[in-house]
Ligand binder design. Structure first.
Ligand SMILES: *Cc1c(COP(=O)(O)O)cnc(C)c1O
Length: 421
């Protein structure tokens, strides 16, 4: 099936007389006939549900849909995108380990990796993702366990060079993990370009209507953990908390997600509620239609801004002449997302004044839903960063992040024009 059909039909396949829409299994617990039947679940010897802190059928159906759309082998939902990125790394990194991340990533992930995980003894080196391969190579260490980037960075909307980073990661025997939130599998499927694990903040386009915070992790099944067993003992040596099973031996290509579910979800409990998973599924059913409109609206607005005398600069990789246009053509056929970044002549103050004059576009700490919204990262999401850190992350003090919705584009342009005036 093509991705549009998968978005409608994957995950939940009703049999005769069953509900056509995925049911919300609003239950904490599941019943067993014998003590032994339930006991087997605790040894991971049988598959089944017992407690919604670890797994729930509604979540699993929706995760299976996202898994199919990405072309993976296994997936799990999490309570937020933050939880997804934390689990994705923590599932293979422990105290004393190191990983490499692009410095242009989302501010929340930057804090998580640079500050909070550091307190757990896990070190992250942030790198300029535009550096050539031989420069990036120097950041790898013997204890490096992963490489992390975003398909389209938030908020600078630059495009990740998958093949460059996949070559580097694989040369050093570690997986490439990519946050595919902004592109969605409709516009880009990172596994086709060498990524091993994909994460999502489903809060954004996948939900698409701003109703539920959520996340997802998908495993391609392509990374051979056993070939680098000494780097990944958590996957390749016995887990004492499950009577000594070894994930790679018992679960093969499902090892990574099984470990994340049975250890991390068990211990941290960042599961998505089944109700939110249901909303997410509704969003997924129209994702392909909405992405088309988000992209065509954003391209029209990028062109309008580019030609406006009061606009200093515009970044939108869908725009011909943009520094990331070639990468956008290569990895996503020119269709990126509805988010663009620009600055107003007159710097930081002018950008803030412009935002306050908008009538239709809303100021909100959000991106990637049906309603056009915008924020000023230097005043909002990246407020904790110093000027120096802002510049290292490519965030100009005047940068406005505009998330173009699916309204009529003429109404949006009229609003922007009156505010610029
Ligand atoms: C929003 C976002 C996150 C964090 O997701 P939450 O659902 O808000 O926790 C992570 N990565 C990217 C690219 C995001 O845009």
């Amino acid at each position: 099936m093509k991705i549009e059909t998968k978005a409608i039909h994957e995950g939940w396949k009703p049999t005769q007389g069953e509900a056509r829409q995925v049911p919300i299994v609003q239950s904490t617990t599941f019943k067993y006939d014998t003590s032994d039947a339930m006991g087997k679940l605790f040894d991971l010897e049988a598959e089944g549900y017992f407690y919604t802190r670890l797994q729930n059928p509604t979540n699993d159906a929706v995760a299976a849909k996202i898994c199919a759309m990405e072309g993976g082998v296994a997936a799990m939902l999490t309570s937020s995108g933050q939880a997804a990125n934390f689990y994705a790394i923590f599932n293979i990194c422990e105290c004393g380990d190191h990983f490499i991340a692009s410095s242009s990533i989302y501010g929340g992930t930057y804090n998580l990796f640079g500050t909070t995980m550091k307190k757990m003894g896990i070190e992250c080196t942030f790198v300029d993702q535009t550096l050539p391969e031989e420069e990036l190579e120097k950041y790898f260490k013997p204890n490096t366990k992963a490489v992390f980037g975003e398909t389209i960075t938030n908020p600078t909307v630059s495009i990740f060079d998958f093949q460059k980073f996949a070559r580097l990661a694989h040369k050093h025997g570690v997986p490439l993990i990519v946050d595919n939130t902004f592109a969605t599998p409709v516009n880009c499927r990172p596994f086709e370009w060498g990524a091993d694990i994909v994460t999502h903040s489903t809060t954004k386009y996948m939900d698409g209507h701003g109703v539920g915070v959520g996340g997802c992790i998908v495993d391609s099944g392509n990374f051979d953990w056993s070939a680098h067993a000494e780097k990944f003992p958590g996957l390749t040596s016995p887990d004492e908390s499950y009577h000594g099973i070894t994930y790679t031996e018992r679960f093969g290509k499902g090892a990574y997600i099984t470990k994340a579910t049975s250890q991390l979800m068990r211990d941290f409990g960042s599961i998505q509620s089944p109700q939110n998973a249901f909303y997410l599924n509704l969003g997924l059913e129209s994702l392909h239609l909405r992405m088309e409109r988000h992209c065509s609206n954003a391209l029209a607005i990028a062109k309008f801004l580019k030609n406006h005398e009061k606009v200093a600069w515009v970044h939108y990789a869908g725009l011909e002449g943009d520094e990331y246009h070639d990468l956008a053509m290569k990895y996503m056929n020119g269709n990126t997302c509805g988010v663009l970044a620009f600055g107003i002549k007159g710097g930081r103050e002018a950008s803030i004044a412009f935002m306050d004059k908008l009538k239709l576009a809303q100021i909100a700490t959000h991106v990637a839903d049906a309603k056009t919204c915008l924020l000023h990262p230097a005043s909002h999401t990246h407020r904790q960063m110093s000027e120096q850190e802002l510049l290292a992350a490519g965030v100009n003090p005047d940068l406005i992040r505009l998330s173009v919705g699916i309204e009529n584009v003429d109404d949006l342009i009229e609003d922007l024009a009156q505010a610029l005036k």
